[in-house]
Design a protein around this ligand. Structure first.
Ligand code: 3HC
Length: 295
């Protein structure tokens, strides 16, 4: 399949990343299906796209007409068969658990047309292992967006052991057509490039606080105003979801060894469902002032 043949994109998972990816695809002019396992999840994702497009129009980053047209291109659907019936490309952004993703790919393989390319937005899991659940591992690669997708220009395009060059070319072209800058990751290794750097940063920040060496605010102030990253380490963890970072770390720990041991502070947040912005509370409390980093 050539890039010109891609008209319809289905995004599986309407969460933080899924709805953002659907928004980016709709803004690029594709027909988009947003799918999740129940009406509530799918509607929530759709509402967040509407909010984000409204915000971009409010800030003059597009016209109201462009925002409305993009929203009209998004169709929320729960039934998987219906959601993928016309899909040229499926971008999968379901929870970051190997067993959940494998189950989804088992079902997807039966329901998607033969020509459909599968692209996983996994943050770290093995593209090769996931591709082997399907009967089309050569039509399978990683397409990893960053949070928030509508604002972050980078997309990692990751080759699994069986991925065909044509699939890599197609998905790189697709990312470019969405106005993104793709970076080709040649080896399927945990965390790829960005998370291999960023997730240990969040973990080390947590260990510093766990060891009582500094407070959350002090670490964030140093990260943001002295090191010069756009967000503090904890602010970033709250933005991407503490659970997402934690699951990436668990996987990196398992595959790459003890240097990646997740800090108990992260485990505690996950256990208490204080996952960051999406639950209203993480390292910061978003119902009570939100992020407050001293300069
Ligand atoms: N859509 C529309 N508007 C949005 C938005 C979205 N999805 N998300 C935030 N905004 C709005 C905010 O509501 C705010 O609006 P307000 O001013 O009316 O309150 C505004 O955007 C803030 O934008 P600004 O341009 O004023 O702020 P910044 O210049 O600080 O930019 C940023 C925001 C682009 C998010 C910047 O802080 C940044 O680059 N942060 C780093 C993010 C990052 O590193 N992401 C990657 C994480 S790793 C990852 O995702 C991988 C995963 O696998 C773990």
């Amino acid at each position: 399949m050539e890039l010109d043949d891609v008209n319809s994109i289905t995004v599986l998972g309407a969460g933080n990343m899924g709805h953002g990816i659907a928004e980016v695809a709709a803004l690029a002019g594709y027909d988009v299906v947003l799918r999740d396992i129940n009406e509530e999840f799918v509607q929530n994702g759709y509402d967040q796209i509407e909010w984000s497009l409204g915000k971009l129009a409010e800030k003059d980053q597009m016209t109201e007409e462009e925002a409305d047209a993009a929203l009209e291109r998004v169709t929320p659907i729960v039934d998987l068969g219906e959601a993928v019936a016309d899909a040229d490309v499926v971008v999968e952004a379901v929870p970051e658990k190997m067993e959940i993703k494998k189950e989804v790919y088992g079902e997807l393989e039966e329901k998607a047309p033969d020509h459909t390319v599968f692209a996983t937005n996994t943050s770290s899991l093995s593209i090769t292992d996931l591709s082997e659940v399907t009967e089309r591992p050569e039509q399978f690669c990683g397409m990893h967006f960053f949070n928030p997708p509508v604002r972050m220009p980078l997309v990692e395009v990751i080759s699994g052991a069986h991925t065909a060059d044509e699939t890599m070319d197609l998905v790189e072209g697709l990312a470019e057509s969405m106005g993104k800058t793709p970076v080709r990751v040649r080896k399927d290794s945990p965390g790829f490039i960005v998370n291999r750097i960023l997730v240990p940063l969040m973990n080390e920040a947590a260990w510093i606080v766990h060891d009582d060496a500094a407070t959350v605010e002090e670490v964030d102030s140093t990260t943001k105003f002295d090191i010069g990253l756009p967000m503090g380490s904890f602010e970033l963890a709250d933005q991407v979801g503490i659970d997402v970072g934690f699951h990436v770390l668990e996987y990196m720990h398992e595959v790459l060894g003890d240097a990646y041991e997740p800090c108990p502070l992260l485990a505690e947040k996950v256990e208490n469902e204080n996952l960051g912005k999406k639950t209203g509370k993480g390292f910061y409390d978003y119902d009570n002032g939100g992020v407050d980093i001293p300069t």
